[in-house]
Design a protein around this ligand. Structure first.
Ligand code: NAD
Ligand code: TYD
Length: 339
């Protein structure tokens, strides 16, 4: 059997990084190329255990740099593209929206153009449930793949725009694509500016945990490992042109999440500090993933088992998140690849 070449964009980030490790270990017959610009969110230290594997490659590049991306595709004949690279933090999109349009919209368009030009066999676009906007607090309502797109933040608007481009390249050019829309991920190697790792790291450092507004906003938490198995399934079994929602019915208020972590670490709830709410803060996200389950996907973690595993991981990998908070990880690429 000929080897398959898989291009993973954003493979130095949180979810892309977990996916790269999952694929390198699961498919020794695939060559996994991690293409990443190494922005503040990109960290290669997480790949120390796989970076010497024969089927792992790293390429530093900007997805919005058309010339460079074309030259990479001229060298390597990729079969699959799994596209994670993005600006991903809602709070940053409120203060700096422009980079979100450049990376998430223009970067995706460059990748779609090369995917078409070089005739790849599958383009999986990793998107978010945030493109659907927000739900109210009625617990019987969920986002389905048919829910209209109504993004509320510059982040989700840029992701929705990229989803529409992906759809258009399928409809217009017949590009073999899938779009996945997942709920909030958590798990190992989550960058400590997001709620769960922020809470764990701050509680362990006896620092206050900022909870936006009244803490009643609801997110539907998905363990990153379950997200990886979902993308693997969509890559191999997804019907071209289809959208698949990914979520495991793990709805929690932000306050519940923070209290769960504080209690698991045996600390006091006095660490909670209610702070000014996020602008345009979406009330609730909740996913209906029946379509993906019919394709054969089943999550392995509940929120209880997943959060316990994640807290343990952060306790066991203090050196990882401490160098992220200190910024030291940003020198790793130079140390590793240039010195
Ligand atoms: P992340 O911010 O941790 O990682 C993003 C990666 O993309 C980083 O390694 C960064 O260096 C890279 N990158 C940024 N700009 C780039 C560019 N111009 N060229 C090449 N690489 C670039 O993000 P994440 O949390 O791992 O999310 C991955 C994908 O999943 C994103 O598309 C995001 O929208 C989507 N998503 C995330 C969540 C979540 O809970 N984290 C939920 C739903 C969907
Ligand atoms: P976040 O992890 O930024 O993910 P997203 O905005 O993509 O859902 O935030 C998750 C929830 O936690 C969201 O409702 C905002 C809230 N939040 C806080 O209350 N305090 C914080 O310090 C952060 C980062 C988030």
């Amino acid at each position: 059997m000929t080897r398959k070449k898989v291009l993973v964009t954003g493979g130095a980030g949180f979810i892309g990084g977990n996916f790269v490790q999952y694929m390198v270990n699961k498919y020794p017959q695939y060559d996994i190329y991690n293409l990443d610009l190494l922005t503040y969110a990109g960290d290669l230290t997480k790949h120390r255990d796989i970076e010497l594997n024969d089927n792992y490659y790293f390429v530093k590049a900007d997805i919005a740099d058309r010339e460079t991306i074309i030259s990479i595709f001229e060298k390597e004949k990729f079969n699959y593209i799994i596209h994670f690279a993005a600006e991903s933090h809602v709070d940053r999109s409120i203060t700096e929206p422009e980079i979100f349009v450049r990376t998430n919209v223009l970067g995706t368009q460059v990748l779609l153009d090369v995917a078409k030009q070089f005739e790849i066999t599958k383009f999986v676009h990793v998107s978010t449930d945030e493109v659907y906007g927000e739900l109210d607090f009625d617990p019987t309502t969920f986002f389905t793949e048919e829910t209209p797109l109504q993004p509320n933040s510059p982040y989700s608007a840029s992701k929705a725009s990229s989803d529409l481009l992906v759809r258009a390249y399928h409809e217009t050019f017949g590009l073999p694509v899938n779009i996945t829309r997942c709920s909030n991920n958590y798990g190992p190697f989550h960058f400590p500016e997001k709620l769960i790792p922020l809470t764990i790291s701050r509680v362990l450092n006896a620092q206050k945990v900022p909870v936006y507004g009244d803490g009643k906003n609801i997110r539907d938490w998905l363990h990153v490992f379950d997200h990886c198995t979902a993308i693997d399934l969509v890559l191999h079994e997804g019907e071209n042109g289809e959208v698949y929602n990914v979520g495991g019915h793990n709805e929690r208020t932000n306050l519940d999440v923070v209290k769960t972590i504080i209690s698991a670490l045996g600390k006091s709830e006095d660490l909670i500090e209610f702070v000014q709410d996020r602008l345009g803060h979406d009330k609730r996200y909740a996913i209906d993933s029946n379509k993906l389950q019919k394709l054969g996907w089943k999550p392995t973690y509940t929120f209880e088992t997943g959060i316990a595993q994640t807290i343990k991981w952060y306790l066991d990998h203090k050196e990882w998140w401490e160098q992220i908070i200190s910024g030291d990880y940003q020198n790793y690429f130079e140390r590793q690849y240039y010195l």
